[in-house]
Design a protein around this ligand. Structure first.
Ligand code: HEC
Ligand code: HEC
Length: 297
């Protein structure tokens, strides 16, 4: 190895080493936007009908409850007749004519009992396209383009709920009053472990996974938080409606429409992967410059 080449290489190594830090920082800096600061609040939980506003129908059944952050409602019982017809066409073959999980020629245990699950659960599974199930044997039902329209989902929900009225109702978050930075902190604490801080989702145990949150509408994010579909935990007393509202705002703004302060987003791969891209590109470029300068000694 001649001494010129050796000099060039060692100069290059110094330049590359000095450049690494700032480069990795620059590319990874979008991460710094989400800091997991502890969040304390005295706001009361209102995920149950014991809330500020409770409306009942003529029979004393609760049809709406909530507060300024989230209003929960049950679809009108007048939709139940239509809902039953849609249910018999789309759901009964698996969940049974009585929605009790016992199909006409089957035994119990193969399919979930839907009675008493509450409107938010029934509505979530239909409106997220999971139901009617494409493949009842799959480990986890997939989010798909919904087979039933929004109004049809409400009708089926109205009928199933009429069998045994229950909670939570279908949430309408009031994003106008939500605090997105509190939402970011709460998301980091409660959701990021499974869904990742960028909301892209990740694999869990035994072939299950936490899905991406990029295309989930606000009311469905609130439904998922309050009902805990599949392997997701249900967040009830531990998150107030104000906190849920803050999380929903964070998911539907920062996660679904990220602003990449600090350079290129690189698809939000995370600091290690982004740092690697920074190194490979940056050091590669520096090497070329180094060789070019070296040629001109
Ligand atoms: C082909 C069979 C099949 C059909 C048709 C079907 N389901 Fe399901 N359903 C399932 C299976 C299997 C599961 C469990 C899936 C899972 O846990 O991922 C399930 C789960 C559910 C759940 C979640 C239950 C719980 O305890 O969390 C709801 C709610 C539901 N179905 C509602 C419906 C509705 C409403 C329809 C009609 C629009 C319907 N399903 C049609 C098979 C079916
Ligand atoms: C222990 C892991 C875990 C945690 C913690 C968790 N989730 Fe989930 N989440 C899941 C899984 C698993 C599913 C898919 C359930 C299914 O389809 O069977 C899911 C589904 C969802 C969905 C529905 C997405 C779709 O494709 O329809 C939303 C929205 C969601 N989670 C939001 C949240 C939010 C917000 C938090 C924090 C408050 C959270 N999750 C916390 C595991 C988790």
């Amino acid at each position: 190895m001649n001494s010129t080449l050796l000099k060039r290489l060692s100069a290059l190594a110094v330049v590359a080493f000095v450049a690494m830090g700032p480069l990795a920082l620059f590319v990874g800096s979008a991460q710094a936007a989400y800091k997991a600061t502890p969040y304390q609040t005295s706001r009361k939980n209102a995920g149950t009908p014991n809330s500020d506003v409770v409306k009942t129908d003529a029979n004393g059944v609760v049809i709406q409850y909530g507060n300024s952050a989230i209003t929960y409602s049950s679809p009108s019982p007048s939709l139940a007749k239509l809902g039953q017809a849609l249910y018999l066409q789309n759901c009964a073959s698996c969940h049974g004519n009585e929605a009790n999980g016992i199909p006409a020629n089957g035994t119990s245990g193969a399919f979930p009992n839907l009675v008493g699950l509450g409107p938010a659960t029934i509505d979530f599974w239909i409106e997220s396209g999971r139901m009617p199930a494409a493949n009842p044997r799959s480990i986890q039902a997939l989010r798909r383009y919904p087979r039933l329209s929004h109004d049809q989902a409400l009708a089926v929900t109205a009928w199933v709920n009429s069998l045994s009225p229950s909670y939570p109702g279908i949430p309408s978050p009031n994003l106008a009053i939500a605090n997105v930075s509190d939402g970011a902190a709460l998301f980091a604490l409660n959701c990021a472990a499974c869904h990742t801080i960028e909301g892209d989702g990740d694999a869990l145990a035994s072939g299950t996974y936490a899905p991406s949150l990029r295309h989930v509408p606000a009311f469905q994010v609130a439904e998922a938080i309050r009902t805990g579909p599949g392997n997701m935990p249900r967040f009830t007393g531990n998150l107030s409606d104000y906190q849920v509202n803050d999380i929903v705002k964070f998911v539907t703004t920062q996660i679904q429409h990220p602003t990449n302060i600090g350079g290129f987003g690189l698809g939000g791969l995370g600091p290690v992967a982004e740092g690697f891209v920074g190194l490979a590109l940056g050091v590669g470029l520096l090497a070329l410059i180094g060789f070019w300068v070296g040629e001109r000694h």
